[in-house]
Design a protein around this ligand. Sequence first.
Ligand SMILES: Cc1cc2nc3c(=O)[nH]c(=O)nc-3n(C[C@H](O)[C@H](O)[C@H](O)COP(=O)(O)O)c2cc1C
Length: 185
Amino acid sequence: MDVMQAIRHRRSVRDYEPEAPSREDIEALIDAAIAAPTAANRQFWSFSVISDRALLDRMSREAKAYMTTSKPLDLPEHLYEKLADPAFHVFYHAPVLILISAKKNAPWGAEDCALAAQNIMLAALASNLGTCWIGLCQPFLDAPQGRALIGLADDEAPVAPIIVGRPASIAPPTPRKPPNIRWIS
Ligand SMILES: Cc1cc2nc3c(=O)[nH]c(=O)nc-3n(C[C@H](O)[C@H](O)[C@H](O)COP(=O)(O)O)c2cc1C
């Protein structure tokens, strides 16, 4: 698959087969992640790979409770309604979560992690794996109880939680608005 095909065909996947990708599959994705550029080539990132299903279920429950009680983000009301729905699983029952964390207060740490995340999402597609960035769990992962649950070090800031697995189904593409381009010549 060439790079333009991968960019055009990537979708956020929200329906997964239960079997987890192999450790080699996940290592290949992280290899792709660390090929991303980083500011001053400092590579101040770390990767947590969570495939314990009971832990993912607990994280989903606790992230939903945290989001609906603390409302840490200015989100549209329908998203808070979704978070309050007992049937909603923030990770869509995906078998693996890769969390990319930046070194706290590192300049451009979040940008570095976002670039690594995009590499993971494109590399996953080339291996017939699906992914979705789960921003809805991020405030919880940065809260003391979320940090403790996954053992984040004090100097790590969670940036990019990406679920990974074999897609059970893939939704049609979401439409894009025309880009707002200002040509200056
Ligand atoms: C920073 C960020 C946070 C996101 N958080 C969520 C999320 O919590 N749950 C979810 O289902 N999708 C989430 N997404 C996926 C977007 O909804 C998706 O990328 C967008 O609708 C476009 O669809 P596509 O990725 O299939 O092209 C997130 C994407 C980004 C970049």
